[in-house]
Design a protein around this ligand. Structure first.
Ligand SMILES: [Cu+2]
Length: 277
């Protein structure tokens, strides 16, 4: 039976709404409007910027409201029957306007530019690539799934012992994780809400990011770029294991990989040499 485009669209909207309703039912009100739990050592930096911008903007917005409503009250017909017409181009008006403009620029734009540049330089773009303790993972995004590749015991990517997982990124707690990433088809965005980190996966290009975790458990990975009609389903899981569990998982998946990896199948050899591109 042929399904028309509009029927398919309605079906998709219904499924999407159902997913949102289900997620919301299991949460309390505050949980729903709060940011997801931060399980990284760097997430607070993003959060600081977010809340700083929000609060400073609330301050300026309140000041403007106070001005509008305050002056409307003070200069209402009852208190000032005779209106005063002004073009606001006297020196004192211009100075006041410039001072407010400069206040907004310095307190919002300059602060967030300075702080985010510092954070990028010192933290987010300070990749722990040469740290031997870092867990390296290659990521291939595609419509509509996430492929993850661990190098396996030999430390080399694209070899027979690579551990390849679909929609499940397994990492040990407390370790830094370094991601190299590209896309097979269109632009996607790898998004870890619980680590407050996100980067675009672009075909023909390699992107990188790093994060760490301080809590074991299962967390969400989402695609944060509108990448086609099943974008909303492009979801994966971040599984954070204790050191022992990770060791066990590595050994088990390693054996499975060696037994099942078909190195002749070029489709499965999407990995690349670390840092080669
Ligand atoms: Cu996507």
């Amino acid at each position: 039976m042929d399904i028309s485009f509009s029927e398919r669209l309605i079906g998709m909207i219904a499924t999407g709404t159902e997913l949102i309703v289900k997620a919301e039912e299991s949460m309390g009100f505050w949980q729903r409007i709060s940011p997801p739990e931060d399980i990284s050592s760097t997430g607070h930096l993003i959060e600081w910027l977010f809340f700083y911008t929000t609060y400073v903007n609330i301050f300026w917005f309140a000041l403007v409201c106070f001005g509008i409503f305050g002056f409307s009250f003070l200069y209402s017909k009852k208190r000032h029957a005779k209106p005063l017409y002004t073009h606001g181009n006297e020196k004192k008006h211009l100075l006041l306007t410039a001072a407010i403009g400069l206040g907004v620029f310095l307190s919002v734009d300059m602060v967030i530019t300075k702080v985010s540049t510092r954070d990028l330089k010192e933290v987010f773009w300070n990749f722990p690539e040469n740290d031997p303790d870092t867990i390296k993972v290659q990521v291939l995004a595609q419509q509509w799934a996430w492929n993850f590749r661990h190098a396996g015991k030999d430390g080399e990517f694209n070899t027979a012992d690579d551990v390849v997982e679909l929609n499940n990124l397994v990492v040990p707690v407390g370790k830094k994780v370094m991601i190299q990433m590209t896309s097979k088809d269109v632009i996607h965005a790898f998004y870890l809400p619980n680590a407050r980190i996100k980067a675009d996966a672009i075909p023909g290009r390699f992107a990188k990011l790093w994060f760490d975790t301080n809590k074991t458990g299962k967390f969400e990975i989402a695609c944060a770029e509108m990448c086609g009609n099943h974008h909303y389903l492009m979801k994966a899981q971040l599984t954070v294991l204790s050191a022992e569990d990770y060791e066990r998982w590595t050994n088990e998946s390693q054996e499975r990989a060696i037994a099942t990896n078909d190195t002749e199948n070029m489709d499965l050899r999407w990995g690349w040499q670390w840092g080669s591109k």
